[in-house]
Design a protein around this ligand. Structure first.
Ligand SMILES: NC(=O)c1ccc[n+]([C@@H]2O[C@H](COP(=O)([O-])OP(=O)(O)OC[C@H]3O[C@@H](n4cnc5c(N)ncnc54)[C@H](OP(=O)(O)O)[C@@H]3O)[C@@H](O)[C@H]2O)c1
Length: 245
């Protein structure tokens, strides 16, 4: 049985990953902010931990308190947010800071809190939920794309730092996944338009891949996997949906 810590476990992809590890018999700590979702996860037997990861001041100390010296076997750095899509020139400065903190800085700090223990133990597996937006130009989401590109760069370089110690690192490169990610920044119609013409990947699909990758023998590191709808050739749909904002 592995100790698993999932950030952004209260919704969408992270919740599916947390529940899948829990269902496979592992001990799962589920991090997020939504109190109702945390309570539901607690009722199912996961360990809920409320934490605002977007507030990076003092985050390392808060993490140290929560971890209390424990080192998870698996860390899934999944928490993330997206600001309203739109031309960069019109972007709210607060949204720039929020996306960088929530999608990038916190994931680096959470890794910093846990990777040394994995290195000392000579085992561990760190996942990052990246995005295809970090690997291909993506109009109207320049800062989101930048955070995911940086996250991918961090993940791949971290893998090199940790590979001599037997610690595995995997970047999840997700395409369109049907989740509440855009619920606060797009209307229902805009969200429907994003999924038109394709069947979106479901959070459970991503979770199934994560568990399969983790189940590979210790000598195998799947350093990155791309998972996108079979009918999604490019990411232009979201730009069309939100581009006029
Ligand atoms: N859906 C897609 O098409 C897609 C594609 C590529 C990559 N991704 C990435 O997948 C990851 C999960 O997103 P999702 O699609 O599953 O969306 P989601 O359902 O909105 O999940 C986002 C998760 O991140 C958590 N989170 C956001 N801000 C946080 C904060 N300040 N502090 C702590 N937790 C925070 C949320 O928790 P609370 O609500 O409890 O705060 C929630 O659990 C993100 O990194 C996203 O960028 C998604």
């Amino acid at each position: 049985m592995a100790e698993v810590l999932v950030t952004g476990a209260t919704s969408g992809i992270g919740q599916a990953i947390a529940l899948a590890f829990h269902g496979a018999g592992h001990r799962v700590t589920a991090m997020g902010r939504d109190p109702d979702a945390l309570a539901r996860l607690g009722a199912l037997g996961l360990t809920p931990v409320p934490m605002d990861l977007g507030d990076v001041a003092g985050l390392s100390d808060r993490l140290a308190t929560v971890l209390a010296g424990r080192v998870p076997d698996v860390l899934v750095n999944n928490a993330g947010m997206v600001a309203a899509p739109g031309n960069f020139c019109d972007m709210d400065e607060g949204d720039i800071h929020r996306q960088i903190a929530t999608n990038l800085t916190q994931a680096i700090l959470v890794s910093r809190a846990i990777a040394p223990g994995m290195r000392a133990r000579g085992a561990g597996h760190i996942f990052f939920t990246g995005s295809i937006a970090g690997h291909t130009p993506y109009p109207n989401m320049a800062v989101y794309a930048a955070t995911k590109a940086a996250l991918g760069g961090f993940a791949q370089s971290l893998r090199l730092d940790l590979s001599p110690y037997g610690v595995r690192v995997t970047e999840i490169v997700a395409g369109r996944v049907e989740s509440p990610l855009y619920k606060d920044v797009l209307t229902l119609d805009e969200r429907a338009a994003m999924y038109a013409g394709q069947t979106a990947v479901q959070p459970d699909d991503v979770a199934a891949m994560v568990l399969a990758v983790h189940a590979m023998p210790q000598h195998v590191n799947v350093s990155r996997f791309d998972i996108l709808p079979a009918r999604q050739p490019v990411m232009a749909q979201v730009a069309a949906a939100g581009g006029k904002k």
